[in-house]
Design a protein around this ligand. Structure first.
Ligand code: NIG
Ligand code: FE
Length: 416
């Protein structure tokens, strides 16, 4: 007998679960949201215990205090998974935002000691309590917009001790967060001033910090900004090799503004995902397809910085699994929430609305190494569920900015 403490029924249910064996969605599956009309989802103790359609749920036992609700034909779908954000910062970059006109300008501002460095200064000046309060607010805002798992990077400390400070603050924010946080050590985001003439020494020190990251269980993955004039492949190779040896996943800001061969490198090194990839070469895309490594598209940064957005069709036709993320950060993507990322993924990158939903749920879960646990409404998965204020999920891509997220459940508990 199935016992449930949460039942949402009478739904247009998007299960995102059409495959027999779980793997990143490509081909036909890249656009299949697994829709079931008059569907239901039932959960117990934070896990999904059944999904289906019609009245079979009537046989389930509702435990005392259960929430049992007819959603009146509205869309019920997995909570969004945001696999790439930089929420751990203080200060804003209004001036830079107002004056920036192109991708090249972005790197020029950075080279002149602004950009990322400006946020590093503001974050260092802020107290722990201030940074924690900002993190809490941003995580709460993401949950309000339907995100139930969010990756958050360090990366505004730069020097290893400051990065460790960020990671420890993230651990505190994670412990009390209403949604799941996947923490990433962004070890090489920009070269801090004391290391200007010695990037090898910087990478050595960042690599040495891995030991403490692992000992204190501060991160699941290591990231780097592999970009012209920032860090090249040879710079970051020892860092990534050490990270893999230490049991951490590897991910990277790859070919965001220039093709530096980072997508192919991500494939060679067995990265968990390759992110941005707006300027990935045909070879890079083929390599990602062969290795079935998710490409995380970040249309927000292309939109705000003004460079050519990643062309989703190049990845979809090559059978690269495509994911979407907000890339929320104060420099390139002050974008809030996955519904906007979905809308931009369609309007700027050329995904179909259903591909964008796959990219923001199950494929994003794969980009975080969680493809078997979240991202779909299937028996045995965490009960991370969103109810939309519409009976047609394509509205997410169409009515940009509309308040479509009506209810959010994380591990079966209502969080927004
Ligand atoms: O994903 N480009 C590198 N990192 C971030 C931006 C960081 C910043 O400008 O503060 C990105 O675009
Ligand atoms: Fe980023």
């Amino acid at each position: 007998m199935i016992e449930a403490d949460l039942i949402l029924r009478g739904a247009r249910l998007l299960t995102l679960g059409p495959l027999k064996d779980e793997r990143p969605r490509v081909g036909v599956a890249a656009g299949d949201v697994g829709a079931v009309n008059d569907g239901f989802v039932a959960a117990r103790d934070g896990m999904i215990v059944a999904t289906g359609h019609g009245r079979t749920h009537e046989r389930f036992t509702r435990v005392e205090g259960a929430l049992d609700k007819d959603v009146g034909g509205r869309v019920v779908m997995p909570g969004f998974v945001d696999p790439h954000t930089h929420l751990c910062y203080a200060g804003e970059r209004w001036e830079e935002f107002a004056t920036r006109r192109s991708g090249a300008d972005y790197l020029a501002v950075l080279a002149a000691g602004g950009g990322i460095h400006a946020t590093v200064r503001a974050t260092r000046e802020a107290s722990d309590d201030q940074v924690l309060a900002l993190l809490r607010r941003r995580i709460g805002d993401a949950a309000e917009l339907g995100t139930t798992t969010i990756e958050v990077k360090s990366g505004y400390g730069l020097e290893p001790e400051e990065e460790l400070r960020q990671l420890r603050l993230l651990a505190r924010a994670k412990a009390e967060a209403p949604i799941d946080i996947a923490v990433t050590y962004l070890a090489a985001h920009a070269l801090p001033a004391p290391f200007t003439d010695d990037r090898k020494r910087f990478i050595r020190e960042a690599t040495r910090a891995l030991e403490r990251v692992v000992d204190e269980k501060l991160a699941e993955a290591v990231d780097a900004f592999v970009e012209k004039g920032v860090f090249d492949i040879e710079d970051v190779r020892p860092l990534f090799n050490a990270a893999k040896k230490a049991g951490l996943a590897v991910t990277m800001h790859a070919d965001q503004l220039n093709d530096v061969g980072a997508s192919a490198f991500a494939a060679r090194i067995g990265a968990r995902s390759a992110d941005h990839v707006a300027h990935a070469s045909a070879d890079g895309i083929r390599a990602l397809a062969r290795a079935q490594i998710p490409a995380v598209l970040l249309p927000g940064s292309a939109f705000f910085v003004g460079y050519a957005p990643p062309e989703a069709r190049r990845f979809i036709t090559a059978r690269v699994p495509v994911a979407l993320a907000s890339d929320h950060n104060p420099g390139t993507s002050p974008l809030e929430g996955m519904p906007t990322a979905i809308a931009l993924g369609v309007t700027l990158c050329g995904l179909t609305p259903h591909e964008a939903i796959v990219a923001a749920t199950i494929n994003a879960a794969h980009a975080l190494g969680r493809g078997g646990r979240i991202g779909a409404l299937l028996h045995g998965r965490r009960a991370d569920i969103v109810v939309l204020d519409t009976d047609d999920e394509r509205e997410l891509a169409y009515r940009m900015g509309a308040p479509l997220v009506a209810e959010v459940y994380a591990a079966g508990r209502r969080v927004a």
